[in-house]
Design a protein around this ligand. Structure first.
Ligand SMILES: [Zn+2]
Length: 407
């Protein structure tokens, strides 16, 4: 099982727009509209009976049965679709981290084994959470939902952990390839918890940090999306929603243990209940804050982890298979706002190409391996467009709606 690695960050060459007419806005809209409305490619290798859950005729299809002949497109989205929501992109057009070049993400093994690393992670996450909680899905997510209602898109796979897709279009299923920030999971008993109530626990356990956060919120440092302005206020925000504050002491930060594993939030030390515990201790202090094990031989039990796939962690097998089935069930794949820098996403596009699916990529800036993906574009009619997603996707929806009515 491949582990999630730090994204490939070598500079990527600028994209070659295909077809050349798609360099202009109208040409790009028209190319992607035709892509979505086209019938399945003749050479497509049809896989096992798909996986047509949630498949239902759209209102336009019932009015006009010939509209059923269009293909069935899978969307694969990345950070670029959340940029208009004020969430930072991982990479700039030159393939480098744009906001904070010294940013080093935490690795899964550090999170699991190191209390100090977790303090630092949760302190930064505590300060970064209000920005994510306040951010809203944008017109690009709404356009995706509409393409689902129109029956052209059956599933979305996203690399994003902000959950804007499932929140915006609950009826168009989404596979969150890298998990979700709005959920926590206990590494010992697998109980899940909402991140929003965890935030209140962190505030209660860390009153001075809570006061600092209030001050940051009042200063407006967390409201501006301008990285220069934020830096001027001494604040850096990283793509996974956490915040760097120079000169603060992370060692004092406290975070709660799993309430189930520690048997409640009130008493000091508890034996783990249930079959998974095997009598090992999970120690919490009087306020429910997690305490390091009393013996070094005791594992770090009752630790809560964000519901995201961390670097060095593997994508859950069920998620990986769900994504592969979605690729196999689709006739075409449209990549939106991703440079395919993470291997898990790149591999899905490779799988789609190998099966004979049509490919379109809508992304500003270069995409990993795109020269290979588009080597046969003249034959396949594959599309490569570079445009702001929030401008172009609603326009494509309008064109698609006109196109379906005309048929
Ligand atoms: Zn637990």
């Amino acid at each position: 099982m491949p582990l999630l690695r730090i994204p490939y960050t070598d500079p990527l060459p600028p994209p070659k727009i295909i077809p050349p007419s798609a360099t202009a806005f109208a040409g790009a809209v028209s190319a992607l509209t035709n892509f979505l409305l086209a019938p399945p490619p003749p050479g497509l290798k049809h896989s096992q009976p798909a996986y047509h859950s949630h498949h239902h005729a759209s209102p336009l299809q019932s009015r006009n049965p010939s509209a059923k002949q269009h293909g069935n497109t899978l969307l694969l989205t990345g950070a670029g679709i959340s940029v208009p929501s004020g969430l930072a992109d991982y990479r700039g057009t030159n393939g480098t981290y744009t906001l904070n070049k010294t940013y080093k993400p935490i690795y899964f093994h550090e999170f699991c084994q190191n209390h100090e690393a977790r303090k630092r992670y949760w302190a930064r996450s505590f300060l970064g959470w209000p920005s994510l909680e306040r951010a809203r899905a944008n017109r690009a997510h709404e356009a995706v939902g509409r393409l689902g209602e129109l029956g052209l898109v059956k599933r979305v796979i996203t690399q994003n952990v902000d959950s804007f897709h499932p929140l915006t279009h609950p009826h168009l299923p989404t596979t969150e390839l890298h998990g979700a920030l709005r959920t926590l999971i206990c590494l010992t008993c697998s109980t899940t918890y909402p991140r929003s109530t965890f935030q209140s626990d962190l505030a209660r356990l860390n009153p001075s940090w809570s006061a600092f956060l209030t001050q940051l919120l009042e200063s407006g440092a967390l409201e501006t999306e301008d990285p220069h302005e934020r830096r001027r206020m001494g604040l850096k925000t990283n793509p996974d929603g956490d915040v760097d504050v120079p000169g603060v002491e992370y060692g004092t930060f406290r975070y709660p243990g799993c309430p189930v594993c520690s048997g409640g939030m009130k008493d000091h030390t508890h034996a783990v209940a249930g079959t998974s515990g095997k009598g090992k201790e999970v120690r919490v202090d009087g306020d429910g804050a997690w305490l390091p094990p009393s013996h070094s031989s005791t594992a770090h039990r009752g630790v809560l982890k964000p519901g995201v796939v961390m670097f060095g962690e593997s994508i859950p097998t069920s998620t990986k298979h769900e994504a592969e089935r979605a690729v196999d069930a689709a006739d075409s794949i449209l990549v939106i706002g991703s440079s395919l820098a993470t291997y898990s996403a790149w591999r899905l596009v490779k799988r789609a190409k190998e099966k004979g699916s049509r490919l379109a990529i809508l992304n500003i800036g270069g995409v990993r391996g795109e020269d290979v993906f588009f080597a046969d574009a003249e034959m396949t009619g594959d599309i490569r467009v570079s445009w702001n997603v929030e401008e172009i996707l609603p326009e494509i929806v309008k064109e698609v709606e006109r196109g379906l009515v005309r048929r």
